[in-house]
Design a binder for this molecule. Structure first.
Ligand SMILES: Cc1cc2nc3c(=O)[nH]c(=O)nc-3n(C[C@H](O)[C@H](O)[C@H](O)COP(=O)(O)O)c2cc1C
Length: 349
């Protein structure tokens, strides 16, 4: 990333080092802030919270909450930090992060490297900016003997200090990262999480993050199970294990989750289906391959109430956020929508 340092300079470094430097620059306030007021048409009201605009940073960008204030200063309407695990863990051996520049994509198999809940919770508590909602993405430890209790512990820890929580059940990069993508297991997990006292007390929204690689029948069963289990929303989608045959980059065959441009169509198709299945019962955050206002608009029309992005920032830099917001506002007005909410799911009507 990032404009102040120069995307080209960062791309000369290995991706993990480059990302560390970009985060450090953000944390130190070295990246240009975007203080332009958001066009009122972009405002969203969800889960009793106000989002000044619907564009957010996706999980994985700031796994450990090292640059929360700096990231929120980029002009996003919200951010999701994490995935955070209860105890610290190192993740997979390096190399584990690959830029597929020709494809405007990333493959990662980081394997949920995390500082653990204690330091991340301390950073969340210490953040100064309170005007933009902050989500925390939760994951169990790879060597956990009781992943349900891992998630319960994380919900108890972060419910009092965050604006929404995302339960990541779709991580493609750990051995058991997708064990709850099975209806019975998901029902058991949600029964436990919705009963966590801190979550009940704070009424914090609990979201489930879905994979773009699910067969339609399994997706339908999971969505129904999650709704019956009391979730407040979905995040669609995580990275994909699939490899489109037209990938150009030499890294295309690396193992891990693929994100960025080649994920866009698959991820938006999943989002569209989740919206159809939900029948307006809960909001959905659309994420996967967004690199322009047109992509963000397509996610909204397919059923997303909010949109997140990560990979495109690596290629376009943080100025992308302001461009998306400006052009999105123009598109909504051009098509006769008075509010963002009116455009959500417009393709289905
Ligand atoms: C390097 C990297 C790390 C990620 N880590 C996480 C994570 O810890 N938890 C999670 O739910 N998603 C994680 N994601 C997935 C993103 O949140 C997002 O769902 C995915 O990248 C698709 O969005 P994009 O195409 O805009 O990047 C990660 C993605 C990348 C590229």
């Amino acid at each position: 990333m990032f404009a102040a340092l120069g995307t080209r300079l960062l791309h000369a470094l290995d991706p993990e080092t480059a990302h560390r430097i970009a985060l450090l620059a953000l944390a130190r306030g070295l990246v240009r802030r975007d203080a332009t007021p958001d066009p009122p048409i972009l405002a969203a009201h969800l889960w009793d919270r106000v989002f000044a605009n619907p564009i957010g940073l996706a999980a994985g960008f700031d796994k450990n909450g090292l640059a929360i204030d700096g990231a929120l200063a980029l002009g996003v309407g919200f951010a999701e930090i994490g995935g955070v695990t209860p105890r610290p863990q190192a993740g997979n051996p390096r190399p584990r992060l690959f830029r597929l520049s020709e494809d405007r994509a990333i493959i990662n198999r980081l394997g949920l490297n995390s500082d653990g809940a204690d330091p991340v919770a301390a950073r969340v508590t210490a953040r100064r900016r309170r005007d933009r909602p902050l989500g925390v993405n939760l994951a169990s430890n790879t060597d956990s003997t009781d992943p349900v209790e891992d998630f319960a512990q994380l919900v108890a820890r972060f419910a009092p200090i965050a604006d929404f929580l995302t339960v990541d059940i779709s991580c493609p990069n750990t051995r058991d990262g997708q064990q709850f993508l099975e209806p019975k297991a998901l029902a058991r997990l949600l029964a436990r999480l919705t009963a966590v006292p801190a979550r009940k007390r704070t009424a914090i929204p609990l979201l489930v993050k879905l994979s773009p690689d699910l067969e339609p029948e399994r997706l339908a069963r999971l969505v129904e199970t999650a709704l019956e289990g009391g979730v407040d929303g979905f995040v669609a989608t995580n990275t994909t294990r699939a490899r489109p045959s037209d990938l150009m980059s030499r890294h295309g065959a690396q193992a891990g989750g693929l994100s960025g441009r080649p994920l866009l169509a698959r991820s938006t198709a999943t989002l569209r289906e989740v919206y159809r299945l939900c029948q307006n019962r809960v909001p959905i955050i659309g994420v996967g391959g967004v690199a322009s206002a047109l992509d963000a608009y397509a996610k909204l029309r397919a059923g997303a109430s909010l949109v997140e992005l990560y990979s495109a920032l690596v290629y376009a830099g943080p100025g992308l956020i302001g461009r998306i917001k400006r052009e999105l506002a123009t598109m909504l007005e051009r098509d006769g929508f008075a509010t963002l909410a009116e455009a959500v799911g417009a393709d289905h009507r």
